[in-house]
Design a protein around this ligand. Structure first.
Ligand code: ATP
Ligand code: MG
Length: 380
């Protein structure tokens, strides 16, 4: 019988809460594969998925996105019987191989042979039958033999998953998502820590409404594959921007734009019962991201702000964006609402008293409520 064996690492460390994390992961796997109607079962420290080999490519793609999975393998499930295990090994003993290793994991400790005995017994078998040499440090092929209380799984390849924790096992966050490269990567990093994410984007449609809309929607659609349900709030920013442009000197505008965004995102967070924000800020990357300016901007946030890529270098963020499939969308040209009438030489060492003073003539509260009333809510 063919099946998939799923490995999870961090969840294994969770002590008494382990069952909660495992159930969450199983439920996310079922949800992600629901049209394939697989049987998903917890077995001796692993999750087993029964699948139709015709669906293999698509299932592989989906499992690679499910956080909490450290790796998974397409495996043969044998009976708990040495002869049956050997014939599964025979099926996998193909191709040009000179050296091999057997790596046994005894998930069911009641199995009568210890891991080391299994390694020796099966190693002798392969060595005699195929003439391959045992090499434990750098073998051409490794046969993984995993003993559960029902079956023995045999496989030779491990496909990496994202690791981390299953989405839904941590509290909810509001992502402030632009059309750029960084904020989608930041959201992805927090999915990996188990947080479900609600997305908020501020737009000033300007002249290219459809371009901005398509872009942000496409980005959120890609990210939505990491959780069962996704909501995107599209908040109109034009009125607020007009008021900011009327009152705030251009060198401070971007800081005030971003402060106002946090005010509105806070209202959405309350409604959504979220416990924090996630942004794509990376220290020093652009003028609004000096620590002085970040201090002034985050001072407006009523909940903790998580900035998982604060310490990442641009090339690493770009590599991650390519890996998660957001990069090609992020680099499409569009006009970001933050670029409206901002200074060529923006303030890089803002002082909170100064910012609060320049924004004080603006009725932020009323304009924010009005923006929220005109917000579109999209669901994926
Ligand atoms: P990104 O690549 O994510 O756009 P960036 O390096 O270009 O980031 P900024 O444009 O200054 O930097 O934005 C910093 C962060 O502010 C973004 O990562 C995002 O979290 C938030 N942000 C910026 N513009 C918007 C927007 N229009 N709507 C929602 N959030 C935004
Ligand atoms: Mg940007």
């Amino acid at each position: 019988m063919e099946c998939i064996v799923v490995h999870y690492s961090e969840i294994g460390l969770k002590g008494r809460n382990r069952g909660f994390f495992e159930n969450m992961l199983i439920s996310n796997i079922r949800q992600s594969l629901k049209e394939f109607a697989p049987i998903v079962e917890r077995l001796s420290g692993r999750i087993m998925i029964d699948y139709d080999p015709d669906d293999r490519k698509e299932i592989e793609k989906r499992l690679q996105r499910i956080s909490g999975i450290s790796s998974f393998s397409f495996a043969l499930a044998a009976e708990r019987d040495i002869e049956d295990i050997k014939s599964a090994i025979d099926r996998l003993a193909t191709g040009k191989v000179k050296s091999f290793a057997i790596s046994t994991f005894r998930g069911d400790k009641t199995f009568r042979h210890k891991s080391q005995e299994m390694n020796v017994m099966l190693g002798d078998y392969v060595n005699e039958k195929y003439g391959w040499k045992v090499n434990l440090t750098n073998p051409d092929r490794t046969f993984f033999v995993e003993i559960s209380r029902k079956h023995v799984f045999i496989f030779t390849e491990k496909i990496r998953g994202p690791g981390g924790l299953p989405v839904g096992s941590s509290g909810k966050l509001v992502s402030l998502i632009s059309g750029g490269i960084d904020s989608p990567v930041a959201a992805y990093e927090m999915f990996k820590r188990g947080c479900p994410i609600v997305f908020v984007h501020f737009h000033n449609w300007g002249t290219d409404k459809e371009v901005v809309r398509d872009k942000v929607e496409s980005l959120v659609k890609v990210l939505s594959k990491h959780q069962p349900r996704t909501v995107l709030y599209m908040v109109p920013f034009e009125e607020l921007q007009k008021s900011i442009i009327a009152h705030v000197p251009s060198k401070y505008r971007i800081i005030v734009y971003r402060r106002v965004m946090f005010g509105i995102a806070g209202m959405i967070a309350r409604k959504e019962k979220a416990l924090g924000f996630v942004t794509g800020d990376s220290v020093g990357q652009v003028a609004s991201q000096t620590l002085e300016n970040i201090y002034c901007i985050y001072a407006m946030a009523q909940l903790p702000v998580f900035t998982p890529i604060a310490g990442s270098n641009k090339e690493d963020i770009v590599a991650k964006a390519k890996e998660i499939g957001t990069y090609d969308i992020s680099i499409l040209p569009y006009s970001d609402c933050c670029s409206f009438l901002v200074d060529k030489h923006p303030e890089t060492r803002a002082k909170l008293e100064v910012i609060e003073k320049v924004e004080s003539p603006i009725d932020i509260e009323a304009l924010s409520r009005n923006a929220l009333e005109h917000t579109e809510i999209l669901k994926f």
